[in-house]
Design a binder for this molecule. Sequence first.
Ligand SMILES: Nc1nc(=O)c2c([nH]1)NC[C@@H]1CN(c3ccc(C(=O)N[C@@H](CCC(=O)O)C(=O)O)cc3)C=[N+]21
Length: 297
Amino acid sequence: MTATIIDGKAFAADIRGRVAEQVTALKAAHGITPGLAVVLVGTDAASEVYVKSKGRMTGEVGMESFSHRLPEETSEADLLALVEQLNADRSVHGILVQLPLPCHMNSDAVINAIDPAKDVDGFHISNVGLLGTGQKAMVPCTPLGCLMMLRDHLGDMSGKEAVVIGRSNIVGKPMAHLLLGENCTVSIAHSRTKDIADVVRRADIVVAAVGRPGMVKSDWIKPGATVIDVGINRVEAEGGKTRLVGDVDFDEVREVAGAITPVPGGVGPMTIACLLANTLTAACRANGLPEPEGLTV
Ligand SMILES: Nc1nc(=O)c2c([nH]1)NC[C@@H]1CN(c3ccc(C(=O)N[C@@H](CCC(=O)O)C(=O)O)cc3)C=[N+]21
């Protein structure tokens, strides 16, 4: 059996189209333009690329984009002062502070200084607590994008076995909560899990988010399972070039799985689309308007 390829790039384009329509409607009916502020500290080359494509796509859906680039040696106090300024700015509905931050900063303190209503990454402890207790939260973009693809492909997930590989605060833990919300039986596997292949082989749904290129092999996968690959790893390719690969050995696993997301073109584009969706959601909530349709959990 060869797996269906879940086209995250096309799905993300569709979501951005729906966001754009609702932004147009919001402007026309209420004169509100959603605004997203992105803060980048230091000059990590990969981060620059994400920040640039986020900025471009924000403009394409009709939102305002505010970009703040601070030097590597910025003090935590200065970054906190910028966050305060963005919290108070009524034209800013969403704030994203790009991670990782330089190691002289306490990321938790910075993230928790963001107004939870503007925390479009969903990383603030208030949003984490709301998601963990099944209340209305800002949901982290990558897990939200994975959930949208799973719902689209599988529909009802009640009673299915789901295994999340990786226990990060950014992907693994919130993903597990979302899958619980879909009534899956959820396990989280990680670097200390014993017999990880046996654990993963139980799963109808596998979400791999560990950051190890090609770790998940075909003999880990139950035939017909749905495999979501969150990994974005840059590896050496022929001719001194680099290429992106996921955490899943795509060529092997596609022969066993029922469906699989590719890298690139899978989860990555969905992450950015969900960031825009969250910014629209934040703008609606800030103005006491109904939630955008089909763009929240
Ligand atoms: N506060 C914060 N929030 C984030 O959401 C966040 C962050 N920090 N730090 C960095 C990571 C990384 N990230 C990506 C988003 C989209 C692609 C993406 O669209 N990737 C394309 C390929 C892009 C390429 O070719 O380089 C794809 O997978 O098809 C990748 C990576 C968001 N991050």
